[in-house]
Structure formats: C-alpha cells, structure tokens
Design a protein around this ligand. Structure first.
Ligand SMILES: [Zn+2]
Length: 129
C-alpha cells in the first residue's frame, strides 16, 4: 500500500461527486427526457435549471449539446440558434461515470476523453420565457 496522495495511479480514474458545474448541486443520474423530436438521456438541475445531456458513447457530443441547448430554450429552435456561447448561454463538458454516478476528473488523453460524455448547458437569462 502506498501512502495517501503520494502516487497517482494512471490507470485509475479520479472520481468526484456528481455536482452541477454551475451551482454545485448534486444532479440525478441521467434519465430519458422526452422532447418533441424524440428523447435524450439527461435531466435538469433541480437548483439552477441547467440542462444536462449524457452520451454514453461520447461520440455524438455535438448532438448532445444541441439537445441540451434546445431543451434549455423550451425547444424553441430559433431562439436556441440565436444564442451565442458565453453570451446567451454557458456550456461545460465533463466525463460522467454511469457505473458509480460520479464525475471523472482524470487527465484526458484522447480526443473523446477531452470532450467528455456529458454536457451541461445553462442559459444566461432564464427569464426570457
Ligand atoms: Zn445547477
């Protein structure tokens, strides 16, 4: 046994609590959310209303992001398209570990690891509706 914190195991993910990146509230495990066009796997932060979408494959994050943004805009595509990153909304990508409902904060090595498999989108002005 090595002492605490002395050696970092590269093969092991560093896991942390599943907290919303915007308000630090614990979010629920992704569930199926129905939309007018279909559904996505994710949810809505109970505290700040940020929408999160989980893509287990982490290969369709563009789509996941759109799902999150549009859902955050109450499925108003025109409004969603009019928003600019950093102005109309903020987005945060992270690596979710479904197995134990936690967030992996290990150093990303591959492209997909860097992209993460979960995206959080929060509108800057949620009172527009
Ligand atoms: Zn939140």
């Amino acid at each position: 046994m090595s002492r605490f914190g002395i050696r970092e195991r590269e093969d092991k993910s560093v896991l942390t609590a599943p907290l919303c990146p915007f308000c630090r509230e614990c979010f629920l495990p992704p569930a199926e959310v129905s939309t007018t066009l279909g559904f996505f796997s994710g949810g809505v932060c109970s505290k700040c209303g940020a929408v999160y979408v989980y893509d287990a494959s982490s290969k369709n994050m563009g789509e996941a992001f759109m799902d999150a943004l549009v859902y955050a805009c109450k499925e108003d595509w025109d409004y969603a398209m009019s928003l600019e990153a950093g102005k109309g909304y903020d987005d945060v990508y992270m690596s979710y570990v479904e197995r134990n409902h936690s967030i992996s904060i290990k150093q990303a090595k591959t492209f997909y690891e860097k992209m993460g498999n979960m995206v959080f989108v929060k509108l800057r002005k949620s009172n527009d509706f």
